[in-house]
Design a binder for this molecule. Structure first.
Ligand code: CA
Length: 395
């Protein structure tokens, strides 16, 4: 759940990934963190038992710096996450935790299949919760200049959690970025939204499934989850669809989508309340199309990735008895950053302002790409397929 930080953006700023194994200012930084903790009201005992022995972990910086040369295709992402095993496991766990999940649905408005889907995607239903010592990871990131203030805050929250619940430092393990427990809560979310679901006096997101699921429901409610609404759905586009509106910035009422000829994959008309929905084509026009409703945006607040939101939504549907995607995600070549960067340069040269070329297809790039494709009579889906690369002279 750490990914709500614009990681890609932050990573571009560090052009070099060569980091010394030892951080030169580590010792003085730890002293500053100790002072900060004191100012935040943490007890000397907590500080001594944590920040006095905290360790710099070069691996954390390495992982934080990892800048993939290729962006993963939707097919690759999706098929690894929405698997038959996870669907079956989700259904099995629903039976196992039915009383709790039904209670949470009533209390927080989040249906069981969604909680199971988040749980499945975050930690494979608790089977992999991460083993990195959270306090070391957070201190390491707090002492790295790039996002120091964010991780310093998270570290302070983690220390407060330790103090509040008397957690042993060695039990506070998680992802390299400090996300913890069954549903990978960052410390600030843990502090704010974790709930003691089983009533033992402690919100323990590592060891209590009941606490973890209750906390996830509570968090989603606070992120704005709309009771009785779906996440969105896979849809069928009519032939010769114009792709006039694409992505969150161009959300339209469902009635408008229906007018444009979009239907459910069964062929049934969209139910047409005055709900806003955004169209997503994660593999371009040859792949599946999705409309994302308000709850799609809620999932994006948990993890700002459209791939993630589609995977959570679809896995939830499958767990709830739904069928596989009607259009299987096509295998697409991985896009190298260098190639996308060249494409951005070519678009800029032709007057489609996509901003500074960075090799990442953001909203501006998609918009510029669409305008270019339209001008050339190509399918204007904002996806850089081979025809588009060829037309722009990008090898
Ligand atoms: Ca508890």
């Amino acid at each position: 759940m750490f990914k709500s930080i614009p990681l890609a953006t932050a990573l571009i700023l560090s052009s070099s990934s060569v980091f010394a194994a030892e951080q030169p200012n580590w010792a003085s930084c730890v002293v500053e963190l100790q002072q900060k903790a004191k100012n935040e009201g943490l007890s000397q005992q907590t500080i001594d038992s944590t920040l006095a022995n905290v360790k710099y972990v070069p691996r954390v910086i390495e992982l934080d710096n990892k800048q993939p040369e290729f962006s993963q295709s939707f097919e690759n992402y999706f098929t690894k996450r929405v698997t038959d095993w996870r669907v079956a496991q989700g259904r099995k766990l629903y039976k196992e935790h039915k009383v709790l999940l039904d209670k949470l649905a009533k209390q927080y408005g989040v249906p069981p299949q969604y909680l199971l889907a988040f749980w499945g995607l975050e930690t494979n239903f608790g089977s992999y919760k991460g083993k990195m010592p959270v306090l070391d990871s957070l201190a390491t990131l707090a002492c790295d200049p790039r996002r120091s203030s964010y991780f310093t805050q998270e570290l302070m929250q983690a220390l407060k959690l330790k103090e509040r619940y008397s957690f042993a430092t060695s039990d506070m393990v998680g992802s390299w970025a400090g996300a913890m427990g069954h549903t990978q809560f960052m410390p600030s979310a843990y502090a704010k939204y974790a709930v003691d679901g089983d009533g033992d006096g402690k919100a323990d997101l590592w060891n209590s499934t009941e606490d973890a699921l209750t906390s996830a429901a509570h968090f989603l409610q606070n992120l704005g989850w709309k009771r009785n609404e779906r996440w969105g759905r896979e849809v069928t586009l009519p032939k010769d669809f114009s792709y006039e509106y694409l992505g969150k910035a161009q959300a339209q009422p469902l009635t408008r989508w229906a007018e444009l000829g979009i239907t459910q994959t069964s062929g049934s008309p969209l139910s047409t309340p005055d709900m806003q929905a955004a169209l997503y084509l994660p593999s371009g026009h040859t792949g599946p199309a999705f409309l994302g409703y308000d709850n799609f945006d809620v999932i994006m607040r948990w993890n700002r990735s459209t791939f993630y939101a589609i995977a959570v939504g679809h896995l939830a549907d499958r767990i709830n008895g739904g069928v596989a995607l009607k259009v299987a995600p096509p295998e697409m070549p991985s896009l190298s950053r260098a190639r996308v960067k060249e494409l951005q340069i070519q678009l800029n040269d032709r007057g489609y302002d996509v901003g500074k070329p960075d090799g990442i297809l953001g909203a501006n790039s998609v918009k510029g790409l669409q305008a270019y494709q339209r001008s050339q009579g190509l399918v204007a889906d904002g996806y850089p397929d081979e025809a588009t690369f060829k037309s722009l002279g990008v090898k």
